[in-house]
Design a protein. Structure first.
Length: 88
């Protein structure tokens, strides 16, 4: 299992458009992806609703966990998306 913690920098947090892009990235890979935020329940990376339920806001940290053959690649893709401003 691979893990990486990132900070949400988008002023609107993890909103619908951002969650949709994360799901798209997850669906392009074979690994199982889980995101968690502030000791809350985990969210499946392939579920928009689950990601929105995290309620992640700007400044919050999210831990991305992935398990599978391309775990490093999917984590890298998601963290790059967020570090590039998550669509800003």
């Amino acid at each position: 299992m691979e893990k990486k913690t990132i900070e949400i920098t988008n002023p609107n947090g993890l909103h619908l458009r951002v969650a949709s892009e994360v799901v798209k990235i997850c669906n392009e890979h074979k690994s199982k992806v889980v995101l968690s935020c502030k000791d809350c329940a985990e969210a499946e990376g392939c579920s928009v609703l689950s990601l929105l339920m995290l309620g992640a806001k700007k400044g919050d940290t999210i831990t991305i966990s992935a398990e599978g053959a391309d775990a490093k690649e999917v984590i890298s893709a998601i963290s790059s998306y967020f570090s590039d401003g998550a669509g800003i």
